[in-house]
Design a protein around this ligand. Structure first.
Ligand code: F6R
Length: 612
């Protein structure tokens, strides 16, 4: 949540920071602001709304300066408003700060400061921390860096903080715990960001700051320290990402671009891993822990949202192919329970961003109890990737649309490859089935591309149903989680209420909702459950519900029963979700666009949920 950007160097900082904020808007977009040193003072510009609203409010004012910090906010403490927007200025007006995260004990700190006569201009926890730091600096007559270090010892919660001050305006001081921070290293200049996207066109050399580290960043110097004031050696890594990956490339929205990228991202995910001829799957991280996985008592999958849906599909696949008991847990519940974790358990965390706070804490807790943690993560070098013992990246490239699409299919591919590898090693899958599934996987990119070439029908369906008030999504078996995912996408993108359900379970309640106004979307491909789902469709038709169905090419039975169909190529039921989800992503997208919604930045959402 919240995007942060910083620049210090010789160039004009404002355009760099604004451009960076636009790239980070997926993290939050209810207000934005910058603080810049203009040779005399720190000036703050901030505005409720998107970064474009901030730019518009600044208009033709000449914003000059070579060191600047900027923020795009997802509100936690205090409603979205100009006054709660970051940056905040300290009581003296000499220090400006931006913050991503939550200061959990802010109320106590605020009380202390109120007793000392402080007056707050906003309702944010950020302004409290900032004044707490300034108070320490004044009382101890110490440097800002020292004051920050002292303050952080009193702070509980998660944060990335950037500070600039009047007395050393070229220096940005940063600290991290629980939220991401990347520093780009240029020639006599440094860039800071919540991810690397704001710095991509300037440098490929980056340092990922770790928790409990402080960075003192000047144009020509980067000093990393721990909270004990010991210097650390920054580990400079080369970024493996091109600018084109974070641009729309001719598409109207990132979401559409990312949906259409799936033939390629699915292929990328298998590249160098799947070798059908040799009959092998190479996954070093999984190989390293293969023995433990094979002998595991159970696998506990921990994730949130769309990643949790990928976990549900994986549950069915792993149980089928590996005969290992699997449980799928919402990270936000799991972390606060007192779950039984045995040392023979494998914890499998799934996350696109690798920064989801609940997932991160859940695996850290499990790790403390001795479990082996495997991560299936998209963002390289992210916190969950680093907290895992091993795992596999999904290699889907940056996902910028707030609704997850290509990351989901990549997660399915990685999880299926893992299950196949383990099942084959364990001997719980026959050689024949294994070879067949390898071939099935290999042709998924082609089949996904086929769907991309047949989207006209989906657009028409979107037009027809865009005014619906509610939707029901039903699926069985491997496609049950796809129904959940379809419903989630529709809610997020079009604000239409949608529920996903196991098709057979609908008789236990949701069928009461069915009437001639309710579109019911079935995920009904040809699989072991086909006859059953056909019966479920008939039950809906008998109650005058409208049936939309994702069906296998050539399935006349389902076609006849449906009011509208979205076709996918035939595929084995284990890999089918990689295809069946695509028409549902497109349906949500086209309905969202038809309703005039901001599909890349749906209201109230943020891509990376770094608060609990
Ligand atoms: C839905 C969506 C969210 C995320 C969830 C977990 O479109 O994007 O539900 O899936 O916030 O995020 P990650 O996968 O980054 O842990």
């Amino acid at each position: 949540m919240c995007g942060i950007v910083g620049y210090t160097g010789n160039r004009q900082a404002y355009p760099i920071v604004i451009k960076g904020l636009k790239r980070l808007e997926y993290r939050g977009y209810d207000s934005a602001g910058v603080a810049i040193y203009d040779n005399r003072n720190i000036k703050i510009y901030k505005k409720e709304g998107k970064v474009a609203d901030l730019e518009e409010s600044i208009g033709t004012q000449n914003v000059q300066g070579t060191s600047c910090i900027g923020h795009t906010r997802w509100a936690t403490h205090g409603e979205p408003s100009d006054r709660n927007a970051h940056p905040h200025l300290s009581a003296s007006g000499k220090i400006a700060m931006i913050h991503n995260g939550i200061i959990e004990n802010y109320a106590q700190l605020k009380r202390e400061l109120l007793n000392k006569g402080y007056i707050f201009k906003s309702e944010t926890d950020t302004e409290v921390l900032l004044n707490f730091i300034e108070e320490i600096k004044t009382n101890n007559n110490c440097s800002l860096e020292e004051a920050l270090r002292i303050a952080l010892k009193r702070v509980t919660g998660a944060y990335v903080i950037l500070l600039i001050a009047n007395d050393e305006p070229d220096t940005i001081i940063a600290a991290r715990k629980g939220s991401p921070l990347v520093i780009g290293v240029g020639k006599n200049e440094h860039f800071l960001g919540s991810d690397a996207s704001p710095m991509l066109e300037y440098t490929k050399e980056v340092v990922y700051v770790n928790d409990y580290e402080l960075a003192i960043v000047k144009p020509d110097e980067l000093v990393l320290k721990n909270l004990g004031n010991e210097k650390l050696t920054p580990y400079v890594q080369k970024l493996d990402m091109e600018l084109s990956a974070i641009e729309k490339g001719g598409f109207d929205h990132f979401m559409l671009k990312e949906i259409f990228e799936q033939p390629q991202t699915i292929f990328d995910c298998m590249r160098g891993r799947l070798d059908v001829k040799a009959g092998t799957i190479t996954m070093a991280g999984i190989q390293q822990y293969a023995e433990q996985i094979i002998s595991a008592n159970r696998i506990v999958i921990i994730a949130c949202g769309t990643s949790w849906h990928a976990g549900l599909v994986a549950e069915y696949i792993i149980e089928e192919l590996c005969r290992i008991n699997v449980e799928v847990e919402y990270a936000s519940e799991y972390r606060y329970r007192n779950p039984v974790i045995n040392k023979d358990d494998i914890i499998l965390a799934i996350s696109q961003s690798g920064e989801t706070a609940d997932t991160l804490v859940a695996i850290e807790n499990a790790k403390e109890k001795g479990a082996i943690i495997l991560g299936v993560v998209n963002v390289v070098g992210s916190s969950i990737a680093r907290a895992s013992h091993a795992g596999a990246y999904t290699h889907a490239g940056p996902e910028i649309g707030v609704a997850s699409t290509k990351a989901f299919t990549a997660q399915l591919v990685v999880l299926t490859m893992m299950a196949l590898k383990i099942g084959y090693m364990k001997g719980t899958i026959s050689n024949e089935r294994y070879q067949k599934l390898l071939k099935e996987l290999e042709v998924i990119p082609e089949k996904a591309a086929w769907i991309m070439n047949h989207t006209d029908g989906i657009k028409k369906i979107a037009e027809k149903y865009k005014q619906a008030r509610d939707f029901l999504y039903l699926g069985r078996g491997y496609n049950f989680a796809v129904a959940l995912e379809g419903a989630l996408k529709l809610k997020e993108i079009s604000y239409i209420h949608a529920e996903g359900y196991p098709a057979a379970e609908m008789k236990h309640g949701p069928i009461a909702l069915v009437d001639e106004n309710l579109p019911v979307t079935f995920v009904a491909t040809k699989d072991a459950y086909h006859e059953k789902i056909v019966s479920n469709m008939q039950e809906i038709k008998a109650r005058k519900g409208m049936v939309i169905a994702v069906i296998t090419e050539g399935d006349d039975t389902c076609a006849e029963l449906s009011d509208d169909i979205m076709i996918v190529p035939e595929a084995d039921e284990i890999v089918a979700p990689m295809l069946t989800v695509i028409p549902l992503q497109l349906l949500s997208y086209y309905i969202g666009v038809a309703k005039g919604c901001d599909v890349d930045k749906p209201r109230n959402l943020a891509k990376s949920v770094t608060v609990e």
